[in-house]
Design a protein around this ligand. Structure first.
Ligand SMILES: Nc1nc2c(ncn2[C@@H]2O[C@H](COP(=O)(O)O)[C@@H](O)[C@H]2O)c(=O)[nH]1
Ligand SMILES: [Mg+2]
Length: 318
């Protein structure tokens, strides 16, 4: 762990106050998986979250490889798009095209030496070609098939995600799932896991179906990994943040460098604590993740760290 103990920390230890970061790490119990670039800044963010309490807090989280696991015992889990593209319910042509597109564009998505601006045209191309493939398929997908796909999907929520979402619901804390994945499937997976709770909202790409339940079109504009900051500013979504003006504090969770801007839609944001899940390429990607996120969790397939923070915010808030 990279620790820079500044004046705040020294004052706190002089005043025999246990820093909140230390309290969270103790409750979490696996500090070797936690990387914090600026300890003082993170401590200040935690103090704001705890002192303002649950009534000032909202959560914004990515879905694929954030709320869902990246792997189970080393076997990579599916993304929401991947579930559909690999399903026996879609034609071989769609499957083959999806694999070809993923092999071409995913390496660009995770390339840390390209800027988001350089990657954006490729991401848009990926989603447009992917959606065209689904729309040109014959027969086209049915709404009922999405429900079926979710039941068999190799998409496992991170350990203790149920605890996280139920704690947020009980404390009346809104949770926005902002995904560049397939929202229809994300919502079905939440249902399958019985966490489609009233405080949870999904903003993502959505398939739209006609009156026969057949795929008609996709929602616009495309939400890809590097335009989530714009997606949340889209007309359809400003009302969501308008209603949360009294909640300027945010816990933001993501697994991609494009996820760090997901709080752009929050009105008069105050303390935004950014937690990044580093799922792969640990050595190569860690420096960029530590620059972008306040806390980086290395190969942690659970929500334990966030649950430890929530315990302080909800139960220890003074
Ligand atoms: N297997 C596929 N994965 C895809 C495709 N299009 C996007 N993606 C992945 O989804 C996530 C975005 O979801 P998020 O919830 O993490 O924002 C992204 O990381 C892509 O890798 C696809 O066509 N096939
Ligand atoms: Mg993700």
């Amino acid at each position: 762990m990279v620790l820079r103990k500044g004046l705040l920390y020294q004052l706190m230890s002089w005043a025999k106050m246990t820093p909140l970061v230390d309290q969270v790490l103790k409750a979490y119990g696996r500090s070797e998986q936690v990387k914090i670039q600026n300890l003082e800044h993170t401590e200040k963010l935690l103090r704001s979250l705890v002192s303002s309490g649950p009534q000032s807090l909202q959560v914004i989280t990515d879905f694929d490889a954030t709320l869902s696991r990246y792997h189970v015992n080393g076997k990579k889990c599916e993304s929401s798009y991947g579930v559909i593209a690999h399903s026996p319910l879609v034609t071989k042509k769609v499957k083959d095209e999806a694999i070809e597109l993923f092999d071409k564009y995913y390496p660009i998505e995770i390339n840390v030496s390209m800027t988001a601006e350089e990657k954006t045209p490729y991401m848009i191309e990926w989603y447009e070609k992917s959606h065209d493939s689904f729309l040109s398929s014959s027969p086209r997908l049915k709404l009922s098939q999405i429900t079926e796909m979710a039941k068999d999907a190799h998409v496992i929520l991170r350990d203790n995600s149920h605890k996280l979402l139920k704690t947020l619901h009980k404390a009346n804390i809104p949770a926005l799932i902002l995904s560049a994945g397939m929202g229809n499937l994300v919502e079905e997976i939440l249902k399958v896991n019985s966490v489609n709770l009233p405080n949870v909202k999904v903003i993502a790409n959505f398939m739209k179906f006609d009156e026969t339940g057949t795929l008609k079109e996709f929602s616009e504009p495309v939400v890809h990994v590097y335009n989530k900051n714009e997606a949340v500013l889209h007309d359809d979504h400003t009302a969501y943040f308008e209603n949360l003006k009294s909640r300027p504090n945010v816990i933001l969770m993501g697994d991609s460098l494009g996820d760090v801007n997901m709080a752009s839609g929050v009105q008069e944001a105050s303390a935004v604590l950014k937690i990044g899940f580093l799922n792969t390429h640990f050595e190569e990607h860690l420096p960029a993740y530590m620059e972008s996120y306040d806390v980086v969790l290395v190969d942690d397939q659970s929500m334990d760290f966030i649950n430890s923070i929530l315990d302080l915010v909800i139960y220890d808030a003074n």
